[in-house]
Every structure is written in C-alpha cells, then in structure tokens.
Write a protein that binds this ligand. Structure first.
Ligand SMILES: [Zn+2]
Length: 225
C-alpha cells in the first residue's frame, strides 16, 4: 500500500473514532449508531386541533363563533405545552377549514403521543353547562389509554374550578375514529348557556382553561411513556 493512501485511511479512522457532538454523532463509541441523528429536547409530541374554521363556524351566538374560541384555547394550550418542552403540531393556526379526514391523516402522519380536538358545546336546553372530555374506542382499540387521557384532562380542568364537571363520555366521533393515536375531544362550555358564554369571552379563563388541559396532557404522557 502506498504510504499516502495509508496515511489518508488512518486520518479518516481517527476522525470518525473521535467525532462526537451532542452525544449523537459517533461511529464507534457505542455499539450502535445513530449517526447524525437530530438531537431534540422535545420528549413528547402533541397534535392540537382547534375545531371548525373557515366557512364552518361551529356553534354560535350572535357574533360569537365557536371556531374562534377553539383557536384561542388551542393557542393558549400550545403556548403552555411548548413552554414545557413539548413539540406541538396545530391542525390550523388561522381561520381555515380542514376536512375531518385530512385532520385524521395529519395526526397519523405525525404519530403524536396524544391528539386533542377542541370544541364548544351547545344544547337546546340553556341550563346545560360545563366541560366534558369525549373519547371513542372502536372495537376496544386503545380503550384504556383513551379513557385515561380523557379522565386525566377532565380532572385537571375540573380542578381549575372554572367549569361545571360533566364527566367524561364515550361517543363515536369521526375525528377520534380516524386517529391511530390516543385522543380526546373536549367540549369546553356551552354556547347556549349564559354563564358559560361569559366565560368563553374571558381571555383569562380561556388561558387558564388551556393551561389546565395542558397539565392534564402532560400528566398523561408522563404516566404512559
Ligand atoms: Zn364543535
């Protein structure tokens, strides 16, 4: 072997053996690679879906639209989770409409630790008020996880003292059916109830609600992973 080729190979080996940045870029140090994998501090990933949008206003009262409230709470929730180091993916951050199938595909592409869809309820009887986390488990799929996710969020929101506790409920909801990952749909207050409507227009309450939901999600993902 020519000397120059030999020196070149030795230099290459020396370079790789010692090359180590962020504990991620190494060749021989540990038994297996990840060679050049991306280092991320985000341990958990969450998808947030602020329900409705665009021409679909959701439920409404005069010029108060569900789609706008959902987005506000969703953004407060995002802020809270990102502050805790969670990687957050929003289905929308502006006034646009995605189909439920598109939302399901978005979730399944990301493969999050949890998926949360945010809504406001309404009912013909105006005395109905409060907060409910809905789950759905088709044929028992992820039943335990989904109930647990809904239950933990329900408890945290109930602890905030802001909303009447309507308890968790099972309902066959398309967006939950499409998701391959643990998920819950939250109905935050009733647009048809006067007191809830006041809460839904109070930024502090929306922020605290977003934070309570975030606490629940964090508790769930920490427990499960
Ligand atoms: Zn809705």
């Amino acid at each position: 072997m020519k000397l120059r080729v030999y020196i070149f190979i030795m230099l290459l080996l020396a370079l790789f053996v010692n090359y180590d940045i962020n504990n991620n870029l190494y060749l021989y140090r540990k038994e297996v690679l990840p060679l050049f994998t991306e280092k991320s501090d985000a341990t958990y990933s969450i998808v947030i879906d602020p329900g409705h949008g665009g021409i679909d206003k959701g439920t409404s009262y005069q010029d108060l639209y569900e789609k706008d409230i959902n987005l506000k709470i969703g953004l407060y929730l995002k802020e809270y989770l990102e502050d805790k180091g969670v990687k957050v993916y929003m289905t929308r951050e502006e006034d646009i409409l995605l189909s439920l199938r598109e939302i399901g595909d978005f979730v399944n592409d990301i493969k999050p630790h949890a998926f949360i869809s945010i809504h406001v309820n309404s009912f013909k009887e105006p005395s109905y008020d409060g907060f409910s986390a809905f789950y759905y488990s088709e044929g028992g799929f992820q039943k335990e996880e989904r109930i647990e996710l809904a239950q933990i969020i329900q408890e945290e929101v109930s602890n905030s003292g802001l909303w009447f506790d309507r308890e968790i409920k099972e309902q066959n909801i398309a967006v939950l059916r499409y998701s391959n990952y643990p998920c819950a749909l939250l109905e935050i207050g009733f647009m048809t109830n006067e007191k809830d409507r006041e809460r839904l227009t109070n930024e502090n309450i929306l922020k605290t609600t977003g934070e309570s939901i975030g606490k629940g999600i964090l508790k769930y993902v920490t427990l499960k992973n």
